[in-house]
Design a protein around this ligand. Structure first.
Ligand SMILES: [Zn+2]
Length: 244
């Protein structure tokens, strides 16, 4: 018996929520995909779990880094058509898989009521160790736990309903970025300039990187080849998990 072909993601969704650990995570791996969604009329919300206050490369005072990175993420979001950016303010570099984090993500899922959630893979990718930052894996696992079962179960975190009036919500699909088992590629060739604009908004992170466009283009070209797109095309890839 052969395995059934993978189920395709929905053609179009009304609302999508991207949950990532640090400012800039969504832009390196997924800003092109987000640009295609907003262009098609999908309302996209970003939920960034930390302020990225352990990042940077220069003498910027540490207490300035968090506010700066929030501003950079808002600008990067605007470059790809996203105006709703929410920050959870958890500590950068020290994320743990806790019930508090699951509740905080469940709250945003119930507020936004997205049909689609994008997050990072909870699974370590041994061939690309830099993609598997512990905070990324923690956010991926916490988000999947929030999608199933917390956000859909009215008896999970009952205070969300009792105190905040947030009804249970079932997310239809979760897109995992930087996954060793990616099974779906998005052609981002036509929106690549928007992705570069988003990336360059993260001044504290990338202003010292001269070949940013070259190396990000290199990844996307390699991904496009792996998924059999025509030569010269660029792609971002995801493992799509059906969660309804
Ligand atoms: Zn990160």
């Amino acid at each position: 018996m052969t395995a059934p072909p993978p189920r395709k993601p929905a053609e179009h969704v009304e609302r999508a929520l991207c949950v990532l650990a640090h400012p800039d995570d969504v832009d390196f791996g997924s800003a092109g995909t987000v640009a295609t969604w907003t262009a098609a009329g999908t309302q996209v919300t970003y939920c960034i779990v930390t302020d990225g206050d352990a990042g940077g490369f220069d003498e910027t005072p540490r207490e300035r880094m968090g506010p700066l990175r929030r501003e950079e993420q808002r600008a990067a979001a605007a470059a790809v058509g996203v105006t709703d950016v929410r920050f959870l303010g958890h500590p950068d570099g020290r994320l743990e898989l806790t019930l508090d984090l699951r509740r905080d993500i469940s709250r945003v899922i119930r507020q936004v009521r997205p049909q689609r959630v994008l997050t990072s893979s909870p699974e370590r990718w041994y061939e690309r160790i830099g993609a598997s930052h512990p905070d990324h894996m923690t956010v991926g696992e916490s988000t999947l736990r929030a999608v199933y079962p917390d956000a859909r179960n009215p008896f999970a975190f009952p205070e969300l309903l009792a105190d905040e009036g947030l009804d249970a919500w079932t997310v239809g699909e979760v897109w995992l970025g930087a996954s060793p088992r990616a099974d779906h590629a998005v052609d981002v060739t036509d929106v690549v300039e928007l992705k570069f604009a988003a990336l360059k908004s993260h001044v504290t992170q990338v202003s010292h990187v001269d070949d940013l466009e070259e190396f990000v283009t290199g990844w996307m070209a390699q991904t496009a080849r792996r998924f059999g797109l025509p030569e010269g095309h660029l792609a971002e890839a995801f493992h799509v998990v059906h969660t309804a």
